[in-house]
Design a protein around this ligand. Structure first.
Ligand SMILES: Nc1ncnc2c1ncn2[C@@H]1O[C@H](COP(=O)(O)OP(=O)(O)O)[C@@H](O)[C@H]1O
Ligand SMILES: [Mg+2]
Length: 414
């Protein structure tokens, strides 16, 4: 039996808690007859407290925070207008609805009352239904306002929480990127470092004290030269990775100058020349000659794309690469197309990731396209790739004629 009773008691308590609270009304009038008349009207719905002066009203209101105050205007001592002013000036009470009630025939009284902050102004003798209706309406209005404020605060809290969550996500993403960078970097540098280290040990071992007396044998010299070559290539790889990383992390460059697209393409071809010896290279320039950009960015971007294209066509019977430019919207489109091995669809989404490479250790660092992506974004442009395995790849770069955010006042006159 006991648990059931306990359950019932809890249910009763729950109902009690959720039962609507009775509102309270504070009546302020120096005439006791009026107290009784107003209580008759209000008491069926409101718990009424009545006082005979504004001073008393302030002290009761401070203690009980009524839901509505109905006050006479003309009273001994502090009058209704002053009560109104003081209630509105009090941070804890200023939201309580206040109705002024007066028998004063002064035609300006209504305006004064409303100016002092009263929510309504009724004349005596009052009509009971009207008084009740006004009290109800003001109380409802205030409660609706409080509800809106509550919801606003809840929304603000939710918004704050969302912002915090977003910041945490960004931090996590940054950490993940950093982790990926660190892992890739460790892996990339470890391979050439192992070569350098092994070579260093071997050279150390092969340098014997007798060498000072007798010159090394020719086969020993050849071996040392071979090891030296390996050490040098290992060191060059480490230097290359460090340079590319520096490029990737380089601070934003806000220099803008007229840049000759064709000259930058030529410089990129010159950088990749060693790998393009066997390749039939075509150029078709139909786009604008010059754009506003950071000088050198296009060269770096195109050099990476061309080196990749050269790698892709390395084993093809008739290797071909074509570079085309054309005007596209407010920019220039530069297409680099090869007839190489192509990229499989599942790999395409990863090719711009730092350290992503399909090339053998020592062949690719996986930083080329990550650098391209970074630089092209800084130019306000974009890069797209279309590829078919076994047929070839097309890199489409788009760069605006003028980067976004160029201050027109600083732009050189044409
Ligand atoms: N033109 C291309 N043809 C085929 N595959 C390409 C081409 N360009 C890029 N890729 C693929 O994208 C990968 C990433 O390129 P990149 O960032 O330059 O690094 P890396 O050249 O050092 O591997 C390459 O390993 C390769 O798999
Ligand atoms: Mg590359």
């Amino acid at each position: 039996m006991e648990p059931l009773q306990g359950e019932r008691a809890r249910e009763q308590a729950r109902q009690l808690n959720s039962a609507p609270r009775r509102r309270t009304a504070l009546i302020v009038d120096d005439c006791a007859t009026l107290h009784a008349m107003m209580r008759d009207v209000l008491e069926p719905e409101y718990d009424c407290e009545s006082v005979t002066s504004a001073e008393e009203a302030i002290s009761v209101a401070s203690r009980q925070t009524p839901d509505v105050i109905i006050s006479d205007v003309v009273m001994e001592g502090t009058d209704g207008f002053e009560l109104c002013r003081r209630i509105r000036a009090d941070r804890r009470l200023h939201e309580i609805p206040l109705i002024l009630l007066t028998s004063n025939p002064d035609p300006d009284g209504r305006a004064t009352g409303l100016e002092e902050g009263a929510d309504d102004y009724l004349s005596k003798p009052f009509r009971p239904r009207e008084l009740l209706a006004r009290v109800r309406s003001l109380v409802r209005l205030r409660e609706a306002r409080q509800e809106v404020l509550r919801q606003n605060r809840a929304l603000e809290r939710a918004h704050e929480e969302l912002l915090t969550a977003q910041r945490q996500l960004l931090d996590a993403e940054r950490l993940a990127t950093l982790g990926m960078l660190a892992t890739g970097l460790a892996h990339e540098i470890n391979n050439p470092l192992a070569v350098v280290w092994a070579g260093f040990e071997q050279i150390n071992e092969s340098i014997r004290p007798e060498m000072a007396l007798a010159p090394p044998k020719p086969e020993e010299t050849a071996e040392i030269d071979e090891i030296r070559g390996e050490v040098r290539s290992g060191l060059e790889r480490i230097r290359g990775i460090a340079q590319k990383l520096a490029l990737l992390a380089a601070p934003e460059d806000n220099r803008r100058a007229p840049v000759s697209v064709h000259a930058e393409i030529d410089r990129a071809v010159a950088i990749a020349r060693a790998r393009l010896e066997q390749v039939e290279l075509k150029r078709r320039f139909e786009g604008p000659q010059a754009i506003q950009a950071v000088p050198g960015y296009l060269t770096q971007i195109l050099a990476q794309v061309l080196i990749n294209a050269a790698d892709a066509v390395a084993l093809v019977r008739h290797p071909r690469i074509e570079i085309r430019t054309r005007r596209a919207e407010d920019g220039i489109e530069i297409v680099v197309e090869d007839n190489g091995v192509g990229i499989s669809a599942e790999v395409v989404p990863q090719i711009f990731d730092p350290f992503f490479t399909t090339k053998a250790a020592g062949q690719g660092s996986g930083l080329g396209l990550a650098i391209c992506q970074r630089l092209i974004q800084r130019l306000g442009g974009s890069a797209h790739v279309a590829s078919q395995v076994g047929r070839g790849t097309q890199f489409r770069l788009w760069v605006p004629l003028e980067p976004p955010g160029v201050d027109k006042a600083l732009r050189p006159r044409r």
